[in-house]
Design a protein around this ligand. Structure first.
Ligand SMILES: NC(=O)c1ccc[n+]([C@@H]2O[C@H](COP(=O)([O-])OP(=O)(O)OC[C@H]3O[C@@H](n4cnc5c(N)ncnc54)[C@H](O)[C@@H]3O)[C@@H](O)[C@H]2O)c1
Length: 303
């Protein structure tokens, strides 16, 4: 018996990397999967039906149930088509896994408008597009244990300096996930985000020296995208009702629970702030908590 027997999932960006691994693993657990992938290069250019079709062939050859879909998640109408064709093919939708993504890395001062827009469009708008159309169906149906599983990144959670567009999109996805978690509960939907770490063509764009420093080599089994599947399968299952609106880290053989931003110190004034008091109290109260702890403070300016 599989952990996902009888469930139907759409996995976007499932032609390669983490998404492809999730499609195979979820199918092995009895899930019928829609393997969506536009088949683009890492920067979002081109398109190719080969990757999604190849993953479907593999799953079917192994005895699983899968259907390929080649739509662009960043296109609102095309995203609606993914939900519609899934309902036509399988009669229902239980799980939506938003994995599709691209990169256009550049320091903020060198970044062009098009590079910003392209990354926000695929990650943030793409995640909205599929979730919006799935939520319309779930709101009408209200008869299942529905799941949205979004993909965020440490680049957003920690602010990667060379990825301002990607960091913004990925942290935007966290805010969007919190909003879904708070709005879709009455319809039986939970929404969580995964912050993965795995060796794929996406991490292959990181310069060699940095990759070695962070242990991002492809030959280390801990870096295999297959390690992302266990927490995703758990979230996709009917067992995870209690888990909603959270970010779960998945990297190597570790699964982590992130905290949700919360106020850790506060100063207040009985009247509109006197500027001298604001200067004094912010330094006195906030600085000791942050010194030596801030991930941002750890990065020193080069010049
Ligand atoms: N690999 C990591 O360590 C890592 C770390 C943090 C976050 N992530 C996130 O995990 C997800 C998967 O990354 P990956 O490393 O497997 O990358 P990948 O490049 O191997 O796979 C991404 C897939 O998305 C597809 N895609 C891109 N744009 C699309 C679109 N508009 N419509 C449909 N499909 C589209 C691509 O064709 C590709 O097959 C991404 O959201 C990425 O941001 C990955």
């Amino acid at each position: 018996m599989g952990r996902l027997d009888g469930r139907v999932a759409i996995i976007t960006g499932a032609g390669r990397g983490i998404g492809a691994s999730l499609a195979r693993s979820m199918a092995t657990e009895g899930c019928a999967v829609v393997v969506n992938d536009l088949g683009v290069d890492v920067d979002g250019s081109g398109n190719d039906s080969g990757p999604a079709a190849g993953v479907v062939e593999e799953i079917v050859a192994a005895g699983g149930v899968a259907k390929a879909n080649f739509a662009d998640v960043s296109d609102f109408q095309a995203a609606e088509g993914i939900i519609e064709s899934t309902l036509e093919e399988f009669g229902k939708l239980d799980v939506l896994v938003n994995v599709a993504g691209i990169l256009r890395d550049r320091m903020v001062f060198n970044m062009g408008e098009e590079e910003w827009d392209a990354v926000i469009r695929v990650h943030l708008k793409g995640t909205f597009n599929t979730s919006k159309h799935a939520s319309v169906y779930w709101r009408k149906e209200r008869r299942g244990k529905y799941r949205v599983i979004n993909f965020t990144s440490g680049s957003g959670l920690h602010g990667a300096p060379g990825q301002p567009n990607y960091a913004a999109a990925k942290l935007g996805i966290v805010g969007f996930t919190y909003s879904l978690a708070n709005s879709l509960g009455p319809y039986g939907v939970t929404a969580n985000a995964i912050a993965p770490g795995a060796a794929t063509r996406m991490t292959a764009t990181i310069p060699d020296a940095q990759r070695r420093k962070f242990g991002l080599t492809t030959d280390d089994p801990r870096r295999s995208p297959d390690n992302i599947a266990p927490p995703v399968i758990y979230l996709a299952s009917e067992a995870s009702d209690w888990l909603n609106g959270r970010v779960i880290g998945a990297s190597g053989y570790r699964i982590s629970l992130y905290n949700t931003p919360e106020v850790i110190r506060e100063v207040a004034s009985p009247t509109p702030w006197d500027l001298d008091d604001a200067f004094k109290l912010m330094e006195q109260s906030f600085r000791p908590v942050l010194e030596g702890r801030s991930v941002f403070g750890a990065r020193k300016q080069k010049d």
